[in-house]
Write a protein that binds this ligand. Sequence first.
Ligand code: FES
Length: 345
Amino acid sequence: MERALVDFPSLQRLVLADKKAHCEGLCTLVFRADGKRTERLAPAKAGQYIALTGEFDGSRVTRAYTLASSPEETERDGVYVVTVKKAGILSGYLCDRLRVGDGISASVPYGDFVYDADTDGDHIVGVAGGAGITALLSLAKDACARGDYTMTLFYCVENSYEFLFDEELDSLPSERVKVVRVAADGVRKNAEKGVFRRELIDKHLDRPFALFACGGDDFYESVRKETAGHPLLAGFKTSPNGVSDRAAEPSAVYSLTVIADGERLSVPCRDNETLLVAIERAGLAARSVCHTGRCGFCRSRVLAGEYTVESRHDTRTDDDKAAGIICPCCTYPESDIIMTVPVAR
Ligand code: FES
């Protein structure tokens, strides 16, 4: 049975309450419920994300943004905090054009990059690569608020000026969260010089831990390599990265025919972009949340045509493959395609 029958996570209506620019193309946004269509924000777990949706010249674009706020802040202060790096139409809009007081639609919090007391023990290690600090900051604040787990947080950047959230990180009680900054340039005082290495684990850890990594896919590979077979390592979780365009320029443009809600629509689809991007550009309200192949909300059926699924994000079963089920958020066309998609209501 298609998971397309799963309900779309309810939309919330948010309003921008505060905005802080860190540098060109990087900002932190604080959202509240708009108080009209959404009275109160849906609760979040530390490490989850929300999907924001915007409409631009007939395109309807949804992208996921990790929460830097803790569940306690959402509950107590009524806020979601996200840090946005400018890359793509929606992030560009959020960084450059969204003003305090403006509204935007968002999904409820979603994602499985969360602490699980049954499997993750009472101590976790966070390894953040650059902007990946957001989800781990949320987990660090959660560790302080809950009191049933502690954390060692390795925060790794290339250049010391890239460190974010100094005030918040420095205010965390050190008996609950130990923050170890790691900078390749060696400029920052009281930071480890270099990149994340196994020796850092040996130096700062003496108890079993589940590892939570948040950064780019190359970063995950290097953290995996450095920690492989470590005797204290009791688990390894990564925060998923969205699928992006394969190359700057397409080498072919195909016709994508989408059947949604009984209607048929044909749109051009470049071979360097996912089917979901083409569907969004056509203005269709296709269901999507994570853009990583994990949430399953975009699951669709290809009726005709050739395609490839990004291997790192391919979560299909053999039955899915036999039935032509795909997640368009991580599938690229290799010919003209006809497919059915579930739509958001
Ligand atoms: S949007 Fe989550 S699997 Fe496609």
